[in-house]
Design a protein around this ligand. Structure first.
Ligand code: BDR
Ligand code: CA
Length: 312
């Protein structure tokens, strides 16, 4: 039986590749995609999510628009990484598939209320506003959530939007605090691991060699945001963050981590949005997540390429 998942996302080129990976994977049943404001404002993230579904040949995927701003703060965006559209690179046509009428948070609540216990996996790939709002408004939906696997945070690697904070957590730290303290099974894909999942030239060439629209777009998207990250980090490629969430659901053995306590800094101006990870277990704070530290990068790219190659 495929696993029922909800992808909560702010596409984003790496979000787009994560969506393509999920929609090509028979182990997963994408119940719906919920857009949130993040990399770019909500009107663009919901549109980009639909562009990606159409690229995947899945225009019947349910796409919902959710929160257009963090729970208590002003939205911070990342056009400097993803471009003005959020999905810069070769332009794809505007989508013709519909955006669902219902608000994403209401749909998440309704879907979880109607679901069997521990039957839905949430996959947040952006700021945690939609998920935290749903959990706050309807805490009883926890019964339906099997697990949350999210991209966010960083500890040994520091931050990418401030010296100590990763973008998804920084944009809505109050929402992150709610999710990290929800008492649900939680797996976190932080920068510590995604910075080892680099888009090297042979890996991008493998996408291009598919000779398909999906292969070409994946190569072009990785080329696009690679420029920014390679300049910044001086690395041989850019980290491909969000697809690691989906890969973890399919092949968890590619990843290793520790079950530890992670708290979110919501007070300090200097370290706002920091994921304070007790990696060395020096406190007696109870573990609340599995914090991933390493991956088999070749295995990850092999999985990604093999699944993207199934698109004609
Ligand atoms: C995260 O922030 C976004 O820019 C990416 O899509 C990813 O989800 C990385 O910090
Ligand atoms: Ca994202």
């Amino acid at each position: 039986m495929p696993r029922d998942i909800i992808i909560d996302t702010d596409p984003g080129q790496d979000d787009a590749i994560a969506i393509l990976l999920a929609l090509a994977s028979p182990e997963l049943n994408v119940l719906g995609i919920t857009a949130v404001a993040g990399n770019v404002p909500l009107p663009l993230t919901q549109k980009n999510a639909r562009i990606v579904c159409e690229l995947a040949g899945k225009p019947d995927t349910l796409v919902f628009a959710g929160c257009d701003a963090p729970m208590t703060r002003k939205l911070v965006t990342a056009e400097h990484v993803h471009g003005k559209s959020g999905l810069d690179g070769p332009q794809l046509a505007d989508p013709t598939m519909p955006l669902q009428d219902q608000h994403a948070v209401d749909w998440i609540i309704d879907t979880c209320r109607a679901a069997a216990p521990a039957s839905i996996t949430l996959c947040p790939l952006g700021p945690l506003t939609n998920i935290a709002t749903a959990l706050t408004r309807a805490p009883e939906i926890k019964h339906a959530i099997a697990e949350i696997v999210l991209m966010g945070g960083g500890y040994f690697e520091g931050g990418n939007i401030t010296p100590t904070a990763e973008f998804n957590i920084y944009v809505d730290p109050e929402a992150a605090h709610i999710v990290f303290s929800a008492g649900l099974p939680l797996t976190v894909m932080p920068l510590d691991m995604t910075h080892k999942a680099l888009t090297t030239k042979p890996r991008i060439d493998a996408f291009r060699a598919m000779g398909t629209k999906v292969g070409d777009m994946t190569a072009a998207w990785t080329d696009f945001f690679e420029r920014f990250d390679m300049e910044k980090y001086g690395s041989e490629g850019a980290p491909l963050h969000d697809p690691t969430v989906i890969a973890y659901l399919i092949q968890p053995e590619l990843f290793t981590g520790r079950h530890i306590n992670v708290e979110i800094e919501t007070q300090s101006d200097l370290t706002l949005g920091m994921t304070v990870a007790d990696w060395w277990r020096v406190t007696d704070r109870a573990p609340n997540c599995t914090f991933i530290g390493d991956l088999d990068a070749d295995g990850f790219y092999k999985l990604l390429a093999s699944r993207l190659a199934t698109y004609s």
